[in-house]
Design a protein around this ligand. Structure first.
Ligand code: NAD
Length: 482
């Protein structure tokens, strides 16, 4: 079968990169090149920004009902092609196809639908000054938004940015991760059918330092929404801070899962397995440090081990696989190197710890067992640095103060999970944990209206709900004197 050559999408048309060069796109479950990605550069970005700028006046002035209808149509088209998208996501990323079918692609559908309808309900404030004047807040679209997304939830996070940017009247130049470009390419194939005017959404493929940097440093792209690693963002923030761009940053995490002895045991065990190993642990919201109150420690650990035994690691396209492949060879090697580091730091592997060879067509894929490690200090590198794979540490604790110290000890602050049936404790701890999202007795329960994002090195700003629509607008106060 001929390998697909992914194309850029600029001004409503597909085009090869100006350089004419392509990168290999590897299927992580087989280790084989299965398609090619444009190796674009600043010249492609320039074309995309020009197209977006030309499209902006009419898109931003279009009646919001009409804009909304186009975005709803796009969401319906993804829904109509859900299975095709799910298989493409699974091949590109290595995630089990049941997961992309039930989570990733449905969420991309919801993202467009949510913001297409949400934009119809935006209202702004007035501030009356008695007998003197009326202030009102005017929100206007900004212009061309740059949206850059990572590989772990490819279409899910790509659309989580694009949808609010477009719904609030901006045009977009977007870059999916070069590691997982396929579903963004497939999304582009639906834009014209959805009635999206030319130039409103432009998708450029290629490497971060080339294409991503060309977008963030472009003087005509005044607003940047980025999700990715904290280190990557240091470079981005250094570039855009002196340009005074508006920025929303969703970065890395090292999330604590805190288990008190009074938890609902069964529920806590089953959910902790999910929060540790879903999507091979490659969700920014996965809990990677599991703190267990000492009286429950051994029992909880043994129960986690029993559940982990049920997690079949194998072909992402096999419906029976609970975990698929790690997204890429470099990332697979990075995760294995952290398992080695954990051993050097004195950690004891209580489950997993090795790569897996499922054999057959997957013999050269990148698979790792669900891995649990105990015996590490809370402040060692394994417990401080983001691994972003199916690796968690287990640590006992005795008091609330102690576990708070452990939980808050990292430079990150994205999500935390808390398991307790003591309501007062749940409130008390939630207020003190340094984290943008706290799940009490649940994990990954999402309402798209809620503020989403991290504290400290996990990000700046919040996505979700009206916050995201507001982010993509310029806010003005108009003061009218009577
Ligand atoms: P990454 O930072 O390597 O890449 C993210 C995106 O940025 C990619 O599209 C990449 O091409 C681009 N990029 C890379 N260098 C760039 C540069 N110099 N200028 C502009 N763009 C550049 O991250 P990744 O490895 O794709 O994703 C994993 C990371 O993302 C993890 O740290 C994870 O925690 C984080 N993440 C965070 C969230 C969140 O909501 N907070 C969600 C998912 C993933």
């Amino acid at each position: 079968m001929e390998k697909i050559r992914i194309q850029n999408f600029i001004n409503g048309e597909f085009s090869a990169p100006v350089s004419g060069a392509y990168l290999d796109n590897i299927n992580p479950a087989t280790g084989e090149v299965y398609s090619f990605i444009p190796d674009s550069d600043e010249r492609d970005v320039e074309l995309a920004v020009s197209a977006a700028r030309a499209a902006f006046p009419s898109w931003s002035m279009m009646a919001k009902e009409k804009r909304s209808a186009i975005l709803i149509k796009l969401s319906e088209l993804i829904q109509a092609n859900l299975e095709e998208f799910a298989i493409a996501e699974s091949i590109d990323n290595g995630k089990p196809v049941w997961l992309s079918r039930t989570v990733d692609i449905p969420r991309a559908v919801s993202n467009f639908h949510f913001y297409a309808t949400g934009a119809l309900h935006v209202s702004t404030e007035t501030h009356a000054m008695e007998n003197t004047a009326l202030n009102y807040t005017l929100r206007t679209p900004i212009g061309v938004a740059g949206c850059i997304s990572p590989w772990n939830l490819p279409l899910y996070l790509f659309t989580w940015k694009i949808a609010p940017a477009l719904a609030s009247g901006n045009c977009v130049v977007a870059k999916p991760s070069e590691v997982t470009p396929m579903t963004a390419y497939k999304l582009a194939q639906l834009c014209n059918e959805a009635g999206m005017p030319k130039g409103v959404l432009n998708i450029i493929h290629g490497l971060g330092p080339k294409v991503g940097m060309a977008i963030v440093s472009h003087p005509k792209v005044p607003v940047i929404s980025f999700t990715g690693g904290t280190k990557t963002d240091e470079t981005i923030a250094r570039t855009i801070a002196p340009m005074f761009k508006k920025m929303s940053l969703e970065l890395g995490g090292k999330n604590p899962a805190i288990i008190f002895a009074d938890c609902d045991f069964e529920h806590a065990v089953k959910t902790t397995i999910k929060s540790s190993f879903s999507n091979q642990g490659e969700i920014c919201l996965c809990g990677s440090r599991v703190f267990i109150e000492r009286p429950l420690y051994e029992k909880f650990k043994l129960a986690l081990i029993e559940e982990a035994k049920k997690l079949k690691v194998g072909d992402p396209l096999d419906e029976k696989s609970k975990m698929g492949a790690i997204v890429s060879k470099p990332h697979y090697e990075k995760i294995l190197s952290y398992i080695e580091l954990a051993k050097q730091e004195g950690g004891k592997i209580v489950f997993g710890g090795k790569s897996v060879n499922p054999g057959g067509k997957n013999a050269n894929g990148y698979f790792i067992e669900p891995t649990m490690i105990e015996g590490l200090s809370y402040d060692c590198r394994t417990n401080q640095e983001e691994i972003f794979g199916p690796v968690v540490t287990l640590t006992p604790f005795d008091t609330e103060e102690e576990v708070l110290k452990y939980a808050n000890s990292t430079t990150y602050g994205l999500a935390a999970t808390l398991w307790t049936t003591n309501l007062s404790r749940a409130h008390r701890m939630s207020a003190l944990i340094e984290s943008g999202i706290i799940w009490v007795n649940c994990w990954l329960l999402r309402d798209l209206r809620t503020p989403f994002g991290g504290m400290k090195g996990s990000g700046v700003g919040r996505e979700g709900g009206f916050e995201a629509l507001n982010f993509f607008t310029e806010e003005k106060n108009v003061c009218i004197k009577f």
